[in-house]
Write a new protein. Structure first.
Length: 135
């Protein structure tokens, strides 16, 4: 994943997170008690990392460095598989037990899906007005 400052974040199968800037490795994070499972930059260039323990960590990326800002502990979610940021700042979460969202005030919400409580791997953006034509 790449942000507007040409920072690139990579998450390995082993749960390590690597940050590259200008083609150079600038940070490698190897957690001791959990695995990083996904990482995404929001529109402000802030890095969010989902974990296998349902926590989402937040990092500032500036001048090729990474600074921990804080965490959202989400007992509602099991393993975080994917994150998606909408234009208003809401974070949609694909998790091992379904899908939900974190509002701008960091309130965590699991979307009730009836009998569907399976693992959701990815969230895809769909633009409904992408192909309209004036006739």
């Amino acid at each position: 994943k790449i942000n507007d400052n040409d920072n690139v974040v990579v998450v390995t199968d082993d749960g390590e997170m690597w940050l590259f800037s200008g083609g150079e490795e600038v940070y490698r994070y190897v957690p001791e008690d959990h695995r990083i499972t996904t990482a995404e930059f929001n529109s402000d260039g802030v890095l969010f990392a989902g974990t296998d323990i349902g926590r989402i960590d937040k990092y500032e990326t500036e001048n090729g460095s990474l600074s921990f800002i804080g965490s959202a502990v989400t007992s509602e979610f099991t393993e975080i598989n994917d994150l998606y940021f909408d234009i208003s700042g809401v974070i949609y979460v694909a998790a091992g037990n379904g899908v939900g969202y974190i509002s701008r005030d960091w309130t965590v919400n699991l979307i009730e899906s009836g009998s569907f409580n399976n693992s959701v791997e990815n969230i895809f953006k769909y633009r409904s007005n992408c192909c309209k034509r004036n006739i």
